[in-house]
Design a protein around this ligand. Structure first.
Ligand code: SAH
Length: 212
């Protein structure tokens, strides 16, 4: 668990990097990132940096989690889909703000480990699946909010189709590892509005289920 000083430093860093939304900051205060990173890098868990997790993946930088959460503007009644469970940290933050969070990852091991962290925290409004999230979750669609935490070449069509009118999707988009931008897509009655938020760097959105 974080001591009071580490907590203050963590929140100060988030604010200084542009995470100013009170609900987002409160949600991040309640979720101990230490539950989601194990092993070698555990001592750096409260620093504002991405860290390696199992299956060659990464847990995002806290300030990026904060900026994405803030851009998503989740409401208390919302049903949210996350593509890219990874460690489960982003899903746990969203679960503080939404009615229900569905999260999918292509690696069964990551889903299992994230589920134990959700259980340890007593988070009962998250449902985690192993699946190729590029196709969304047709059985649970439509969603009020969709967050993709791996970079796609374009916002995946099935995800756009599963977004409610008035809904928001946040997705890193880019042709390469090096150059990606975080895009906020809003579904209007007439189509989709696109806003470019900032440059980011995510692992790629890959096809199919991962081999363990
Ligand atoms: N949100 C995570 C970080 C995600 S890292 C966290 O808070 O820790 C990106 C994740 O996307 C990886 O775990 C990777 O396995 C997953 N991923 C990549 N392509 C995917 C796909 N098509 N469907 C589901 N998950 C995918």
């Amino acid at each position: 668990m974080m001591d009071a000083e580490a907590q203050m430093q963590f929140l100060y860093t988030l604010r200084s990097k542009g995470v100013t939304d009170t609900r987002t900051l409160t949600a991040m205060e309640k979720v101990d990132r230490g539950l989601f990173v194990k092993g070698l890098f555990a001592e750096r868990v409260y620093e504002d940096m991405p860290l390696p997790i199992a299956c060659g993946q990464t847990i995002s930088q806290p300030s990026v989690v904060g900026l994405m959460t803030q851009a998503l503007n989740v409401q208390p009644r919302d049903k949210v889909l996350e593509v890219g469970t990874g460690s489960g940290y982003q899903a746990a933050v969203l679960s503080q703000l939404a009615r229900r969070v569905y999260t999918v990852d292509r690696h069964a091991r990551l889903v299992r480990e994230a589920q134990s962290a959700f259980d340890a925290m007593g988070l009962v409004n998250i449902t985690a699946f192993t699946a190729d999230g590029s196709y969304g979750l047709p059985d649970q669609a439509p969603f009020d909010r969709i967050i993709v935490t791996a970079a796609a070449e374009d916002p995946p069509g099935p995800l756009l189709a599963q977004l409610k009118t008035g809904g928001i999707m946040v997705v890193p988009v880019g042709q390469s590892d090096a150059v990606q931008s975080l895009i906020k897509v809003t579904r209007t009655p007439n189509g989709f509005d696109y806003d470019e938020l900032r440059a980011v760097r995510f692992v790629p959105l890959l096809e199919g289920i991962g081999q363990e």
